[in-house]
Write a protein that binds this ligand. Structure first.
Ligand SMILES: [Zn+2]
Ligand SMILES: [Zn+2]
Ligand SMILES: [Zn+2]
Length: 288
């Protein structure tokens, strides 16, 4: 029997759960639905036995986005964090590793859906890459996003949530684009790290569905918050009035921002199971 276990929590802490190992099938997914649902360059999932899954709190606080007839993506209705998906037909629960604390006893072993990865994200580790699911199968059939992406206005870059009800755009070049590994971003995006784009607030606008966007400001934080579509749970752009900036999860973009990430920040608190293998500068916290 495996001794490995982990506890999981959404960003706001309403939904908490524990998982008992053995943990398996850990890998990174680059599909467009994962990128939008998490608001991250890719999602990292890990599977564990369903009978070792126990919800400790917040079971009534979950929304659900059915991205395909067989793939249900639950999320916290307060903060938008992605919650584990139960797969009773396989006796497994598959959850986002970014929300877990504990020794999993395993590490990511592959990249999948690299055929639809973000144009601004380069895979630099040596893990096997699959265009879609790994060939050993047993997983639900892949579903494309199932809707046409919105074309941006001239000179703009656009983004949207997975269900398409929320869309936004900004004009001109971003101020910066950073990979952040802090524990808040990992929980908020339910991912190894986030890639955020910052643009001046006066060059940003929601083009539809702003009334569906919930803004969650982390209590006690100076600036930190997330915004998500309440219909599907996808992380979307957040207007930060204090900073006069829009903070955009690059995973939500529908067009190429032209810019590429320039650094990794808060690597002092990065996930133990994630290795940074590119050559970008790394900062333990936020550089000046
Ligand atoms: Zn939450
Ligand atoms: Zn995916
Ligand atoms: Zn949505």
């Amino acid at each position: 029997m495996s001794e490995h276990h982990a506890t999981g929590s959404c960003l706001c802490g309403t939904v908490r759960y524990e998982l008992r190992g053995p943990f398996s099938h850990m890998g990174h997914c680059h599909c467009s639905i994962c990128r939008k649902h998490h608001g991250a360059p890719f999602a990292t999932f890990v599977a564990s036995p369903l009978d070792g899954y126990r919800v400790l709190s917040g079971s009534g606080n979950a929304g659900r986005y059915d991205s395909s007839p067989v793939w249900h993506r639950p999320f916290c209705l307060t903060c938008g964090s992605v919650l584990p998906t139960l797969m009773p037909e396989h006796g497994l629960v598959v959850g986002p590793a970014g929300n877990l604390e504990g020794d999993l006893g395993t590490r990511p072993a592959m990249h999948m859906f690299v055929g639809s990865k973000a144009p601004w994200y380069e895979i630099t580790d040596g893990l096997p890459q699959h265009d879609a699911y790994p060939p050993d199968g047993g997983l639900p059939e892949a579903q494309p996003l199932g809707r046409a992406l919105l074309a941006p206005s001239p000179g703009c870059t656009s983004g949207s949530c997975a269900c398409g009800k929320v869309a936004f755009e900004y004009s001109g070049a971003p101020l910066r684009m950073l990979n952040c590994h802090c524990s808040r971003c990992r929980r908020g995006r339910s991912a190894a790290h986030t890639t955020n784009i910052f643009v001046p607030l006066d060059r940003f606008r929601f083009t539809r569905g702003e009334d569906l966007v919930r803004d969650f400001r982390l209590p006690g934080a100076r600036f930190f918050g997330v915004a998500f579509c309440t219909a599907c749970g996808s992380d979307v752009a957040r207007k930060s009035v204090e900073r006069q900036a829009a903070v955009i999860p690059a995973g939500s973009l529908d067009s190429d921002p032209g810019m590429r990430p320039t650094a990794h920040i808060y690597v002092g608190s990065k996930a133990a199971w994630f290795d940074i293998t590119d050559a970008l500068p790394q900062f333990a916290e936020m550089p000046d």
